[in-house]
Design a protein around this ligand. Structure first.
Ligand code: PHE
Length: 468
Protein backbone atom coordinates (compact mmCIF):
# COMPACT_ATOMS: atom_id res chain seq x y z
CA UNK A 1 0.00 0.00 0.00
CA UNK A 2 1.43 3.35 -0.99
CA UNK A 3 1.79 5.72 1.88
CA UNK A 4 0.82 9.35 1.33
CA UNK A 5 3.48 11.97 2.01
CA UNK A 6 3.02 15.66 2.63
CA UNK A 7 2.81 17.49 -0.67
CA UNK A 8 4.87 20.36 0.69
CA UNK A 9 7.18 20.95 3.62
CA UNK A 10 4.72 23.54 4.79
CA UNK A 11 2.08 20.83 4.73
CA UNK A 12 3.82 18.96 7.48
CA UNK A 13 4.31 22.05 9.61
CA UNK A 14 0.74 23.10 9.19
CA UNK A 15 -0.47 19.68 10.27
CA UNK A 16 2.01 19.24 13.12
CA UNK A 17 1.55 22.76 14.43
CA UNK A 18 -2.16 22.67 13.63
CA UNK A 19 -2.56 19.55 15.71
CA UNK A 20 -0.28 20.78 18.48
CA UNK A 21 -2.16 24.01 18.64
CA UNK A 22 -5.61 23.58 20.08
CA UNK A 23 -7.69 23.77 23.20
CA UNK A 24 -4.56 22.86 25.14
CA UNK A 25 -3.07 26.27 24.44
CA UNK A 26 -6.08 28.50 24.80
CA UNK A 27 -8.46 26.69 27.12
CA UNK A 28 -6.25 24.51 29.29
CA UNK A 29 -3.01 26.46 29.60
CA UNK A 30 -4.57 29.49 31.38
CA UNK A 31 -6.40 27.44 33.97
CA UNK A 32 -3.46 25.19 34.72
CA UNK A 33 -1.32 28.30 35.14
CA UNK A 34 -3.95 29.79 37.44
CA UNK A 35 -4.08 26.61 39.52
CA UNK A 36 -0.32 26.58 39.90
CA UNK A 37 0.16 30.18 40.90
CA UNK A 38 1.22 31.99 37.71
CA UNK A 39 4.71 33.16 36.72
CA UNK A 40 6.85 30.48 38.33
CA UNK A 41 4.80 27.77 36.68
CA UNK A 42 4.98 29.52 33.29
CA UNK A 43 8.75 29.66 33.58
CA UNK A 44 9.00 26.02 34.61
CA UNK A 45 6.70 25.07 31.78
CA UNK A 46 8.68 26.94 29.11
CA UNK A 47 11.93 25.49 30.36
CA UNK A 48 10.50 21.98 30.21
CA UNK A 49 9.08 22.47 26.72
CA UNK A 50 12.59 22.78 25.36
CA UNK A 51 14.37 20.45 27.73
CA UNK A 52 11.84 17.62 27.69
CA UNK A 53 9.26 18.32 25.01
CA UNK A 54 11.55 18.94 22.10
CA UNK A 55 13.69 15.78 22.41
CA UNK A 56 10.55 13.69 22.84
CA UNK A 57 8.95 15.28 19.80
CA UNK A 58 12.02 14.47 17.74
CA UNK A 59 11.92 10.91 19.07
CA UNK A 60 8.30 10.37 18.06
CA UNK A 61 8.79 11.87 14.61
CA UNK A 62 11.86 9.71 14.16
CA UNK A 63 10.00 6.54 15.04
CA UNK A 64 7.31 7.35 12.49
CA UNK A 65 9.74 8.39 9.82
CA UNK A 66 12.04 5.38 9.99
CA UNK A 67 9.26 2.83 10.27
CA UNK A 68 6.80 4.60 7.94
CA UNK A 69 3.97 3.35 10.07
CA UNK A 70 1.61 4.61 12.72
CA UNK A 71 2.49 3.85 16.31
CA UNK A 72 0.94 0.43 16.86
CA UNK A 73 2.33 -1.08 13.66
CA UNK A 74 5.69 0.61 14.18
CA UNK A 75 5.94 -0.95 17.62
CA UNK A 76 4.88 -4.31 16.26
CA UNK A 77 7.50 -4.13 13.54
CA UNK A 78 10.19 -3.29 16.08
CA UNK A 79 9.07 -6.14 18.25
CA UNK A 80 9.29 -8.64 15.40
CA UNK A 81 12.57 -7.43 14.00
CA UNK A 82 15.52 -9.70 14.71
CA UNK A 83 16.86 -8.57 18.03
CA UNK A 84 20.49 -8.34 16.98
CA UNK A 85 19.64 -5.61 14.55
CA UNK A 86 17.65 -3.38 16.77
CA UNK A 87 19.16 -3.59 20.20
CA UNK A 88 21.99 -2.30 22.24
CA UNK A 89 24.49 -5.00 23.02
CA UNK A 90 24.36 -4.33 26.74
CA UNK A 91 20.84 -5.57 27.08
CA UNK A 92 20.67 -9.05 28.55
CA UNK A 93 19.10 -11.18 25.88
CA UNK A 94 16.34 -12.78 27.90
CA UNK A 95 15.05 -9.59 29.41
CA UNK A 96 15.41 -8.02 26.04
CA UNK A 97 13.16 -10.57 24.37
CA UNK A 98 10.58 -10.18 27.09
CA UNK A 99 10.54 -6.44 26.75
CA UNK A 100 10.49 -6.69 23.01
CA UNK A 101 7.35 -8.81 23.13
CA UNK A 102 5.40 -6.09 24.95
CA UNK A 103 6.20 -3.31 22.48
CA UNK A 104 2.91 -3.67 20.58
CA UNK A 105 1.19 -3.22 23.95
CA UNK A 106 2.87 0.16 24.31
CA UNK A 107 1.58 1.16 20.90
CA UNK A 108 -1.88 0.01 21.83
CA UNK A 109 -1.74 1.98 25.04
CA UNK A 110 -0.96 5.18 23.12
CA UNK A 111 -3.86 4.62 20.74
CA UNK A 112 -6.11 4.00 23.73
CA UNK A 113 -5.02 7.27 25.35
CA UNK A 114 -5.59 9.07 22.07
CA UNK A 115 -9.12 7.69 21.82
CA UNK A 116 -9.97 8.71 25.37
CA UNK A 117 -8.61 12.19 24.75
CA UNK A 118 -10.59 12.69 21.58
CA UNK A 119 -13.74 11.69 23.46
CA UNK A 120 -13.23 14.36 26.07
CA UNK A 121 -11.79 16.85 23.60
CA UNK A 122 -14.94 16.58 21.51
CA UNK A 123 -17.07 17.59 24.50
CA UNK A 124 -15.02 20.74 25.15
CA UNK A 125 -14.97 21.51 21.43
CA UNK A 126 -18.75 21.28 21.66
CA UNK A 127 -18.69 23.97 24.38
CA UNK A 128 -16.72 26.22 22.05
CA UNK A 129 -19.06 25.57 19.15
CA UNK A 130 -22.05 26.38 21.33
CA UNK A 131 -20.50 29.70 22.34
CA UNK A 132 -19.79 30.55 18.73
CA UNK A 133 -23.39 29.82 17.77
CA UNK A 134 -24.72 31.94 20.66
CA UNK A 135 -22.47 34.85 19.72
CA UNK A 136 -23.58 34.76 16.11
CA UNK A 137 -27.23 34.61 17.18
CA UNK A 138 -26.77 37.57 19.52
CA UNK A 139 -25.06 39.54 16.80
CA UNK A 140 -27.79 39.01 14.27
CA UNK A 141 -30.70 39.45 16.64
CA UNK A 142 -29.21 42.76 17.80
CA UNK A 143 -30.03 41.86 21.42
CA UNK A 144 -27.94 43.09 24.28
CA UNK A 145 -25.25 40.65 25.24
CA UNK A 146 -26.15 38.68 28.34
CA UNK A 147 -23.84 35.80 27.93
CA UNK A 148 -22.49 35.10 31.36
CA UNK A 149 -24.40 31.90 31.75
CA UNK A 150 -24.07 30.45 28.28
CA UNK A 151 -21.91 27.65 29.61
CA UNK A 152 -24.09 27.01 32.62
CA UNK A 153 -27.15 26.41 30.46
CA UNK A 154 -25.22 24.08 28.21
CA UNK A 155 -23.78 22.12 31.11
CA UNK A 156 -27.22 21.51 32.54
CA UNK A 157 -28.60 20.04 29.35
CA UNK A 158 -27.59 16.49 28.53
CA UNK A 159 -29.09 16.65 25.06
CA UNK A 160 -27.40 19.88 24.07
CA UNK A 161 -24.03 18.58 25.17
CA UNK A 162 -24.49 15.38 23.22
CA UNK A 163 -25.79 17.31 20.24
CA UNK A 164 -22.78 19.63 20.04
CA UNK A 165 -20.35 16.79 20.63
CA UNK A 166 -21.96 14.85 17.79
CA UNK A 167 -21.90 17.84 15.42
CA UNK A 168 -18.24 18.37 16.17
CA UNK A 169 -17.27 14.75 15.66
CA UNK A 170 -19.37 14.63 12.48
CA UNK A 171 -17.49 17.59 11.05
CA UNK A 172 -14.10 16.18 11.98
CA UNK A 173 -15.01 12.83 10.45
CA UNK A 174 -16.10 14.46 7.24
CA UNK A 175 -12.81 16.32 6.81
CA UNK A 176 -10.51 13.50 7.87
CA UNK A 177 -12.30 10.93 5.71
CA UNK A 178 -10.82 12.67 2.67
CA UNK A 179 -7.14 11.97 2.38
CA UNK A 180 -4.26 13.88 3.96
CA UNK A 181 -3.41 16.27 1.20
CA UNK A 182 -6.92 17.27 0.41
CA UNK A 183 -8.26 17.14 3.90
CA UNK A 184 -5.70 18.07 6.52
CA UNK A 185 -3.25 20.05 4.49
CA UNK A 186 -5.67 22.26 2.67
CA UNK A 187 -7.83 22.92 5.68
CA UNK A 188 -4.93 23.82 7.95
CA UNK A 189 -3.24 25.96 5.32
CA UNK A 190 -6.34 28.03 5.17
CA UNK A 191 -7.04 28.25 8.86
CA UNK A 192 -3.66 29.04 10.42
CA UNK A 193 -3.14 32.55 9.01
CA UNK A 194 -6.65 33.63 10.01
CA UNK A 195 -5.97 32.37 13.44
CA UNK A 196 -2.70 34.15 14.00
CA UNK A 197 -4.18 37.50 12.93
CA UNK A 198 -7.18 37.07 15.20
CA UNK A 199 -4.97 36.16 18.11
CA UNK A 200 -2.88 39.30 17.69
CA UNK A 201 -5.91 41.55 17.46
CA UNK A 202 -7.46 40.02 20.56
CA UNK A 203 -4.22 40.29 22.53
CA UNK A 204 -4.15 44.00 21.65
CA UNK A 205 -7.72 44.36 22.90
CA UNK A 206 -7.04 42.64 26.20
CA UNK A 207 -3.93 44.70 26.75
CA UNK A 208 -6.03 47.84 26.58
CA UNK A 209 -7.96 46.82 29.71
CA UNK A 210 -7.00 48.35 33.05
CA UNK A 211 -6.21 44.97 34.53
CA UNK A 212 -3.48 44.30 31.94
CA UNK A 213 -0.41 45.23 34.06
CA UNK A 214 -1.58 43.09 36.95
CA UNK A 215 -2.25 40.22 34.57
CA UNK A 216 1.21 40.47 33.04
CA UNK A 217 2.72 40.45 36.49
CA UNK A 218 0.79 37.34 37.43
CA UNK A 219 1.80 35.64 34.21
CA UNK A 220 5.46 36.56 34.09
CA UNK A 221 6.67 37.40 37.57
CA UNK A 222 7.90 34.17 39.14
CA UNK A 223 7.04 33.48 42.75
CA UNK A 224 8.46 30.02 43.31
CA UNK A 225 6.76 29.58 46.66
CA UNK A 226 3.49 29.14 44.78
CA UNK A 227 4.61 25.91 43.12
CA UNK A 228 3.19 22.66 44.51
CA UNK A 229 4.65 19.15 44.62
CA UNK A 230 2.43 18.20 41.73
CA UNK A 231 3.38 21.24 39.66
CA UNK A 232 6.20 19.37 37.92
CA UNK A 233 3.83 16.60 36.90
CA UNK A 234 1.18 19.10 35.84
CA UNK A 235 3.69 21.04 33.74
CA UNK A 236 4.89 17.84 32.10
CA UNK A 237 1.39 16.47 31.55
CA UNK A 238 0.27 19.73 30.04
CA UNK A 239 3.23 20.03 27.76
CA UNK A 240 2.70 16.50 26.48
CA UNK A 241 -0.93 17.31 25.87
CA UNK A 242 -0.29 20.57 24.11
CA UNK A 243 2.67 19.36 22.03
CA UNK A 244 0.75 16.17 21.18
CA UNK A 245 3.38 13.89 22.72
CA UNK A 246 2.54 10.39 23.94
CA UNK A 247 -0.48 9.95 21.68
CA UNK A 248 1.36 8.52 18.73
CA UNK A 249 0.18 11.57 16.78
CA UNK A 250 3.67 12.71 15.91
CA UNK A 251 4.58 9.14 14.95
CA UNK A 252 1.80 9.24 12.39
CA UNK A 253 2.82 12.67 11.12
CA UNK A 254 6.47 11.59 11.00
CA UNK A 255 5.47 8.62 8.90
CA UNK A 256 4.24 10.95 6.15
CA UNK A 257 7.45 13.00 6.20
CA UNK A 258 9.67 13.04 3.18
CA UNK A 259 13.00 11.30 3.31
CA UNK A 260 14.91 14.57 3.34
CA UNK A 261 13.08 16.17 6.23
CA UNK A 262 15.38 17.26 9.06
CA UNK A 263 13.89 16.21 12.39
CA UNK A 264 15.60 18.39 15.04
CA UNK A 265 14.50 21.53 13.22
CA UNK A 266 10.97 20.21 12.90
CA UNK A 267 10.86 19.55 16.65
CA UNK A 268 12.26 22.96 17.48
CA UNK A 269 9.80 24.82 15.29
CA UNK A 270 6.75 22.97 16.51
CA UNK A 271 7.75 23.49 20.16
CA UNK A 272 8.49 27.19 19.69
CA UNK A 273 5.34 28.09 17.79
CA UNK A 274 3.16 26.11 20.16
CA UNK A 275 4.56 27.79 23.28
CA UNK A 276 4.26 31.22 21.76
CA UNK A 277 0.61 30.60 21.05
CA UNK A 278 0.07 29.50 24.65
CA UNK A 279 1.69 32.66 25.95
CA UNK A 280 -0.49 34.77 23.71
CA UNK A 281 -3.53 32.95 25.00
CA UNK A 282 -2.40 33.79 28.54
CA UNK A 283 -1.98 37.44 27.57
CA UNK A 284 -5.51 37.47 26.19
CA UNK A 285 -7.20 35.60 29.02
CA UNK A 286 -5.65 36.86 32.28
CA UNK A 287 -6.56 40.54 31.93
CA UNK A 288 -10.13 39.33 31.44
CA UNK A 289 -10.03 37.02 34.42
CA UNK A 290 -8.81 39.84 36.62
CA UNK A 291 -11.31 42.31 35.21
CA UNK A 292 -14.23 40.00 36.01
CA UNK A 293 -16.35 40.37 39.09
CA UNK A 294 -15.95 36.90 40.56
CA UNK A 295 -12.96 34.65 40.83
CA UNK A 296 -13.11 31.94 38.22
CA UNK A 297 -11.04 28.81 37.95
CA UNK A 298 -10.96 25.31 36.52
CA UNK A 299 -12.13 24.19 33.11
CA UNK A 300 -14.75 26.94 33.07
CA UNK A 301 -12.21 29.76 33.39
CA UNK A 302 -11.99 30.62 29.71
CA UNK A 303 -15.72 30.53 29.17
CA UNK A 304 -16.37 32.89 32.01
CA UNK A 305 -13.50 35.26 31.31
CA UNK A 306 -14.18 35.96 27.65
CA UNK A 307 -17.71 37.33 28.13
CA UNK A 308 -16.05 40.03 30.27
CA UNK A 309 -14.26 41.31 27.18
CA UNK A 310 -17.40 41.07 25.14
CA UNK A 311 -19.41 43.17 27.53
CA UNK A 312 -16.68 45.75 28.19
CA UNK A 313 -15.39 46.77 24.81
CA UNK A 314 -17.24 48.37 22.00
CA UNK A 315 -18.26 45.89 19.32
CA UNK A 316 -17.57 43.15 21.83
CA UNK A 317 -19.87 40.59 20.28
CA UNK A 318 -17.88 40.75 17.06
CA UNK A 319 -14.71 40.10 19.02
CA UNK A 320 -16.51 37.24 20.70
CA UNK A 321 -17.37 35.77 17.33
CA UNK A 322 -13.75 36.17 16.23
CA UNK A 323 -12.45 34.56 19.37
CA UNK A 324 -14.73 31.56 19.42
CA UNK A 325 -14.40 31.08 15.69
CA UNK A 326 -10.65 30.90 15.89
CA UNK A 327 -10.76 28.72 18.96
CA UNK A 328 -13.19 26.42 17.25
CA UNK A 329 -10.97 26.17 14.19
CA UNK A 330 -8.05 25.29 16.45
CA UNK A 331 -10.12 22.64 18.21
CA UNK A 332 -11.14 21.29 14.83
CA UNK A 333 -7.53 21.09 13.64
CA UNK A 334 -6.44 19.30 16.81
CA UNK A 335 -9.39 16.90 16.71
CA UNK A 336 -8.51 16.11 13.11
CA UNK A 337 -5.00 15.21 14.22
CA UNK A 338 -6.38 12.92 16.90
CA UNK A 339 -8.85 11.18 14.62
CA UNK A 340 -6.22 10.83 11.91
CA UNK A 341 -3.91 9.16 14.41
CA UNK A 342 -6.49 6.67 15.65
CA UNK A 343 -7.73 5.80 12.20
CA UNK A 344 -4.22 5.53 10.72
CA UNK A 345 -3.59 2.77 13.27
CA UNK A 346 -6.76 0.95 12.21
CA UNK A 347 -5.78 1.29 8.58
CA UNK A 348 -2.30 -0.05 9.13
CA UNK A 349 -3.43 -3.00 11.21
CA UNK A 350 -6.65 -4.06 9.52
CA UNK A 351 -5.97 -2.67 6.04
CA UNK A 352 -9.33 -0.92 6.16
CA UNK A 353 -10.14 1.82 3.72
CA UNK A 354 -9.71 5.37 5.00
CA UNK A 355 -13.44 6.09 5.19
CA UNK A 356 -14.18 2.90 7.10
CA UNK A 357 -11.31 3.40 9.55
CA UNK A 358 -12.23 7.02 10.18
CA UNK A 359 -15.92 6.20 10.59
CA UNK A 360 -15.34 3.41 13.09
CA UNK A 361 -12.86 5.48 15.11
CA UNK A 362 -15.33 8.37 15.23
CA UNK A 363 -18.21 6.18 16.42
CA UNK A 364 -16.01 4.72 19.13
CA UNK A 365 -15.05 8.18 20.33
CA UNK A 366 -18.63 9.33 20.27
CA UNK A 367 -19.73 6.47 22.51
CA UNK A 368 -16.94 7.26 24.96
CA UNK A 369 -17.73 10.98 24.80
CA UNK A 370 -21.21 10.38 26.20
CA UNK A 371 -19.74 9.99 29.69
CA UNK A 372 -17.93 13.34 29.96
CA UNK A 373 -20.86 14.99 28.14
CA UNK A 374 -23.20 13.82 30.87
CA UNK A 375 -20.82 14.58 33.73
CA UNK A 376 -22.40 17.92 34.55
CA UNK A 377 -26.01 16.76 34.32
CA UNK A 378 -27.30 13.17 34.40
CA UNK A 379 -24.07 11.76 35.82
CA UNK A 380 -23.41 14.75 38.08
CA UNK A 381 -23.32 12.58 41.17
CA UNK A 382 -20.57 10.34 39.93
CA UNK A 383 -17.66 11.96 41.74
CA UNK A 384 -14.35 11.16 43.34
CA UNK A 385 -13.41 13.75 45.92
CA UNK A 386 -15.00 16.84 44.45
CA UNK A 387 -14.14 15.91 40.88
CA UNK A 388 -16.74 14.92 38.31
CA UNK A 389 -16.17 12.58 35.36
CA UNK A 390 -14.76 15.30 33.14
CA UNK A 391 -12.21 16.49 35.68
CA UNK A 392 -11.25 12.94 36.58
CA UNK A 393 -10.67 12.12 32.92
CA UNK A 394 -8.67 15.30 32.45
CA UNK A 395 -6.48 14.68 35.42
CA UNK A 396 -5.97 10.93 34.96
CA UNK A 397 -5.24 11.12 31.26
CA UNK A 398 -3.11 14.21 31.22
CA UNK A 399 -1.22 14.02 34.47
CA UNK A 400 -0.72 10.26 34.51
CA UNK A 401 -1.39 8.34 31.32
CA UNK A 402 0.31 10.78 28.97
CA UNK A 403 3.57 11.01 30.92
CA UNK A 404 3.62 7.21 31.16
CA UNK A 405 2.96 6.84 27.42
CA UNK A 406 5.65 9.41 26.61
CA UNK A 407 8.12 7.71 28.91
CA UNK A 408 7.53 4.26 27.41
CA UNK A 409 7.70 5.62 23.87
CA UNK A 410 11.00 7.35 24.55
CA UNK A 411 12.54 4.14 25.95
CA UNK A 412 11.56 2.30 22.80
CA UNK A 413 13.21 4.95 20.65
CA UNK A 414 16.29 4.84 22.85
CA UNK A 415 16.78 1.10 23.02
CA UNK A 416 14.95 -0.51 20.15
CA UNK A 417 16.02 1.49 17.15
CA UNK A 418 19.60 0.94 16.10
CA UNK A 419 22.16 3.68 16.65
CA UNK A 420 22.99 3.74 12.98
CA UNK A 421 19.42 4.32 11.87
CA UNK A 422 18.97 7.10 14.43
CA UNK A 423 22.22 8.79 13.54
CA UNK A 424 21.21 8.88 9.87
CA UNK A 425 18.19 10.93 10.82
CA UNK A 426 20.43 13.61 12.21
CA UNK A 427 22.40 14.00 9.01
CA UNK A 428 21.61 16.96 6.89
CA UNK A 429 23.49 19.15 4.49
CA UNK A 430 22.71 22.24 6.54
CA UNK A 431 23.97 20.57 9.64
CA UNK A 432 27.71 20.18 9.99
CA UNK A 433 27.84 18.12 13.16
CA UNK A 434 25.19 15.42 13.08
CA UNK A 435 27.06 13.19 15.47
CA UNK A 436 27.35 15.81 18.17
CA UNK A 437 23.70 16.79 17.80
CA UNK A 438 22.71 13.16 17.94
CA UNK A 439 24.69 12.42 21.09
CA UNK A 440 23.25 15.49 22.86
CA UNK A 441 19.76 14.36 22.02
CA UNK A 442 20.42 10.84 23.22
CA UNK A 443 22.03 12.04 26.40
CA UNK A 444 19.13 14.33 27.27
CA UNK A 445 16.58 11.63 26.52
CA UNK A 446 18.37 9.09 28.65
CA UNK A 447 19.62 11.09 31.60
CA UNK A 448 17.23 14.00 31.90
CA UNK A 449 13.89 13.17 30.30
CA UNK A 450 13.59 9.69 31.74
CA UNK A 451 14.46 10.48 35.39
CA UNK A 452 12.46 13.71 35.39
CA UNK A 453 9.26 12.01 34.25
CA UNK A 454 9.79 9.36 36.93
CA UNK A 455 10.33 12.01 39.61
CA UNK A 456 7.20 13.86 38.50
CA UNK A 457 5.14 10.68 38.75
CA UNK A 458 6.50 9.92 42.22
CA UNK A 459 5.80 13.47 43.46
CA UNK A 460 2.28 13.30 42.12
CA UNK A 461 1.68 9.95 43.81
CA UNK A 462 2.97 11.33 47.10
CA UNK A 463 0.59 14.25 46.83
CA UNK A 464 -2.34 11.98 46.02
CA UNK A 465 -1.58 9.81 49.07
CA UNK A 466 -1.28 12.87 51.21
CA UNK A 467 2.39 12.42 52.03
CA UNK A 468 3.30 15.83 50.62
N1 PHE B 1 -2.15 19.42 21.21
C1 PHE B 1 -3.57 19.56 21.10
C2 PHE B 1 -4.01 20.72 21.99
O1 PHE B 1 -3.19 21.41 22.54
C3 PHE B 1 -4.25 18.28 21.47
C4 PHE B 1 -3.84 17.17 20.58
C5 PHE B 1 -3.11 16.11 21.05
C6 PHE B 1 -4.14 17.19 19.25
C7 PHE B 1 -2.70 15.08 20.22
C8 PHE B 1 -3.72 16.17 18.39
C9 PHE B 1 -2.99 15.12 18.88
O2 PHE B 1 -5.15 21.01 22.11
Amino acid sequence: MKRGVWATRLGFYLAAIGSAFGLGNVWRFPYVVAENGGGAFVLLYLFLVFLIGMPLLVGELLLGKVERKSIFSAMRALSQRSSSLSLNQDFKSKIRQRIQSVLPGIGLFSVFVCTLILAYYAVISGWVLHHLVQMVLTYFSGDLFEGYNILEKLLQSAWMQIFYTAVHLGLVTFIVARDIEQGLERFLGFMMPIFIVLLLVLAGRSMSLESAPEALRFLFYPDFSKLKASSLGQALGHLFFTLSIGFGAMVTFGSYLREKAYLPMAGFRVATVDSMISLFAGIIIFPLVLAGAQAVHGPELLFQAVPVLISRVEGGVLYGIGFFLSLYLAALGASMGLLETISANFRDVYRWKRTKAVGIAAVLCFILAIFPALSSNLLRDVQIGSMGILEILDSVIINWLLPIAALLGSQVVLYFISEKVKLEQFEDHENQAPRRMYSHWRLVLKWIVTPLILVALVLESLEVFGVL
